[in-house]
Design a protein around this ligand. Structure first.
Ligand SMILES: O=C1C[C@@H](C(=O)O)NC(=O)N1
Length: 362
């Protein structure tokens, strides 16, 4: 399988005469899937090598729906860290129709979790236990609004009649806008934004609403998924959209606006689960995330805004201090391994087996 031709911008050599080195506060990743067991041990070192903190998604099987499960999962993550590597997992609660407002408040007050995650039931991987009707979690959302706890949203409708490329747009119209009107004090992150229109909704409701943007949605559009054949490792949810949306995402991410920040949605699945007759959604971008983001900022001539996107806007939204230490990004070619081993199989890396123009320095 050949390498997909990404980065048309690089070919235009828009990068000429721009800096080759950047020192920024250490970034955080506001959207991570780490899984559990052998997969957790295999993928965590890559995230921890890049990021100081990360919001950990709760879509395990069974999902992380209560305080005890979140505490236990956090302990397993900390135990899986390589010796001497600091990384702070920021836990989340998986909302279901049965979530109790008191449990939500307890976990937040005890600092076990930092936010709650809304998966519309059936929207994506391991979301079948998610919320079937927003009305069912109205008391939970009211409590979250009152205590200042952010809601992280997978913003897609699940109606099989709705075209898959329209599911974010329909969610925005039918669910998100009414929810924002009903809960005018609720802090919301629209996760992995993929459409130009939702970016404008986020802007209009900032600063209490923000969006995370993944590295892959800055690089691929929907045509890349079918370039020369089906590319299962580029399939994720929300699925990449038309080129005009990718360009809008690049503009938003690199703009310096406070309401946009880094969230990779790194989502590992073993090779056999991706290269299958019915492959799983998820792009494993953890090992190449920062290199990809900085390349995009470089191409857009916006390196001066990279620290805000990667290291400042997220902590500000979540009421945390930025990290004190720094990371150096350098324009020097580096080869990426095609995959990461997990037990007897492997997870294919986004942009694996490529030579990347930017690397992480000392
Ligand atoms: O929302 C999600 C979930 C994720 C996963 O694999 O858990 N994969 C995705 O592509 N999107």
């Amino acid at each position: 399988m050949g390498v997909v031709e990404l980065f048309p911008e690089a070919a235009a050599d828009k990068a000429a005469a721009k800096p080759d080195r950047l020192v920024i506060r250490r970034p955080d990743d506001w959207h991570i899937h780490l899984r559990d067991g052998a997969m957790l041990r295999a993928v965590l070192p890559y995230t921890a090598a890049q990021f100081a903190r990360g919001i950990i998604m709760p879509n395990l099987v069974p999902p992380v729906t209560n305080v005890d499960a979140a505490s236990a999962y956090r302990a397993r993550i900390l135990a899986a860290l390589p010796d001497g590597v600091p990384f702070t997992p920021l836990m989340t609660c998986y909302l279901t129709d049965a979530t109790s407002p008191d449990e939500i408040e307890r976990g937040f007050a005890e600092r076990v979790w930092i936010a709650a995650k809304l998966y519309p039931a059936g929207a994506t991987t391991n979301s079948h236990a998610g919320v079937t009707d927003l009305a069912k979690i109205a008391p939970v959302l009211e409590r979250m609004e009152r205590i200042g706890m952010p809601l992280l949203i997978h913003g897609e409708v699940t109606d099989p009649e709705v075209d898959i490329f329209d599911r974010e747009a329909v969610f925005m119209e039918q669910k998100l806008l009414p929810l924002l009107a009903r809960h005018q004090g609720l802090k919301v992150t629209v996760e992995h934004a993929t459409t130009a229109e939702i970016l404008d909704v986020v802007r209009a409701h900032a600063p209490r609403v923000a969006a995370t943007i993944t590295p892959h949605h800055l690089v691929i559009n929907r045509t890349h998924i079918f370039q020369g054949g089906l590319r299962p490792h580029l399939y994720c949810l929300p699925v990449a959209k038309r080129e005009r949306h990718r360009l809008a995402l690049r503009k938003a991410a690199t703009s310096g606006e406070d309401c946009f920040f880094l969230g990779t949605d790194t989502a590992p699945h073993v090779r056999g689960a991706k290269e299958a007759s019915c492959g799983c959604a998820g792009v494993f971008c953890g090992p190449t995330a920062l290199q990809t983001y900085v390349q995009v900022f470089h191409e857009e001539g916006a390196l001066e805004n990279f620290e805000a996107f990667a290291s400042l806007n997220g902590p500000r939204f979540h009421g945390l201090e930025p990290n004190a230490d720094t990371v150096t990004l350098e324009r020097r070619e580096n080869r990426v391994a095609e995959s990461v081993a997990v037990d007897e199989t492997a997870v294919v890396v986004f942009r694996g087996d490529e030579t990347l123009p930017w690397g992480i320095g000392g």
